[in-house]
Design a protein around this ligand. Structure first.
Ligand code: NAD
Ligand code: AHE
Ligand code: ZN
Length: 375
């Protein structure tokens, strides 16, 4: 079949919206009509050329929602008409990682996924002249139709709005999951969140759900303060307006009982390795846990004095908020539909596929939280 897609032809170039060929689903695969997709900073990271795994030409996008149109041979858990959210972290429930119960990082198809290929080593997308187009993060949601493995699709209730629940495909689950699954934040904790974008605001929302006490938001953009407070942030620090960001956060957390100061939990949602260091170092001596969510460019490395860890701070990272996609994503959709989590106000812009590059412009200008393309 043919479908319309925004294709990343070359690193650093705007996406080009065009007709592409899409082969039908092979064994174990499913054809999806994508109804909506969010634009995550990770898409921009790859579009820009900063991603060491970046491949071109490719169809980016990994934060989508849609409807099953056709299933390939052997698919048993999905049928045409089912509503689904694509998972860049699949859940096969059979690989060594899934069976370990210790991680959400299913390894069943990670190798081919990282090479922009379907599990059989080929692509389903091609240009009209036959040139293969790579898949992206196993999803490629910047296309009106896509083909995905059955194990990388979460079936969700069919009354949930696509233009909102697409955000559960990455940002919402990553942010809230980082708090609940990765950090395990307790009631009354103090926390700092670096980067108040599409991920950081969901970390803040997760902290409020977990019953955190002081929630300190950190961003270079003062315009992010209002949204942060709406979602539960209690203090705001703009690093460009203080002499020392770490000290500013430590000072906020000092109390009569605790003259040392430092947050119980910190989260990097910027992808900047200097910020990651600040996030670790503002956490409390003896027990502070700092979670890296941000994705750093090729070649970037984190550093700190080992003494920071010797004195009890713990550095962790999280992918997709530690969520097991097929199990947890339907629950996030339930929570949204029950009003336990808020999504609507974070979707600040709605675009058509033809306007998709404007979404990246809004991201760069710091004007959007999430821009969503609706098909
Ligand atoms: P975004 O562009 O919406 O938000 C980033 C925010 O960080 C912005 O508000 C920006 O002003 C702020 N910022 C940038 N540099 C800063 C600095 N030096 N100090 C303080 N604030 C700064 O991006 P997003 O979609 O929220 O994604 C955030 C990061 O999380 C990206 O690196 C993305 O690739 C990554 N990410 C990781 C996962 C995962 O599973 N680990 C999932 C989704 C996104
Ligand atoms: N391709 C990058 C790594 C990118 C990365 O860390 N991706 C996160 C999801 S970001 C979603 O917005 C992830 O899930 N990683 C786990 C994995 O297996 O990729 C690079 O640096 O090569
Ligand atoms: Zn993402």
């Amino acid at each position: 079949m043919r479908t319309r897609a925004a294709v990343a032809l070359e690193a650093g170039k705007p996406l080009e919206v065009m007709e592409v060929n899409l082969e039908g689903p092979k064994a174990g695969e499913v054809l999806i009509e994508i109804k909506a997709t969010g634009l995550c900073h990770t898409d921009e990271f790859t579009r820009s050329g900063a991603d060491p795994e970046g491949l071109f030409p490719s169809i980016l996008g990994h934060e989508g929602a849609g409807i099953v149109l056709e299933v390939g041979e052997g698919v048993t858990t999905l049928k045409p008409g089912d509503h689904v959210i694509p998972l860049y972290t699949p859940e096969c429930r059979e690989c060594y990682s899934c069976l370990s119960g210790k991680t959400n990082l299913c390894t069943a198809i990670r190798n081919t996924q990282g090479q922009g290929l379907m599990p059989d080593g080929t692509t389903r997308f091609s240009m009209l002249d036959g040139t293969p187009i790579y898949h992206y993060m196993g999803c490629s949601t910047f296309a009106n139709h896509t083909v995905m493995p059955e194990i990388a699709l979460a079936k969700v209730r069919d009354d949930a709005p696509f233009d909102k629940i697409c955000y559960i495909g990455c940002g919402v689950t990553t942010g809230i999951g980082a708090v609940i699954n990765t950090a395990g934040v307790e009631i009354g904790s103090t926390a700092a969140v670096f980067g108040l974008g599409g991920i950081g605001l969901n970390v803040i929302q997760g902290l409020r759900m977990a019953g955190a006490d002081k929630i300190i938001g950190v961003d270079l953009n003062d315009d992010k303060e209002e949204m942060g407070r709406k979602f539960g942030m209690t203090h705001f620090v703009n690093p460009s307006k203080v002499d020392n960001t770490v000290q500013a956060i430590v000072d906020i957390t000092k109390t009569d009982k605790d003259q040392i100061g430092g947050v119980d939990y910190s989260f990097d949602a910027t992808g900047n390795v200097k910020v990651m260091r600040d996030a670790l170092e503002c956490s409390h001596r003896g027990w502070g846990v700092s979670v890296i969510i941000g994705v750093a460019p090729a070649g970037a490395e984190i550093s700190t004095r080992p003494f920071q860890l010797v004195t009890g701070r713990v550095w962790k990272g999280t992918a997709f908020g530690g969520a097991k996609g097929r199990t947890d994503v339907p629950k996030f959709v339930e929570w949204y539909m029950d009003g336990k989590i808020e999504i609507d106000s974070m979707i600040t812009h709605k675009l058509t596929l033809d306007q998709i590059n404007e979404g990246f412009d809004l991201m760069h200008a710091g004007k959007s939280i999430r821009a969503v393309v609706e098909f």
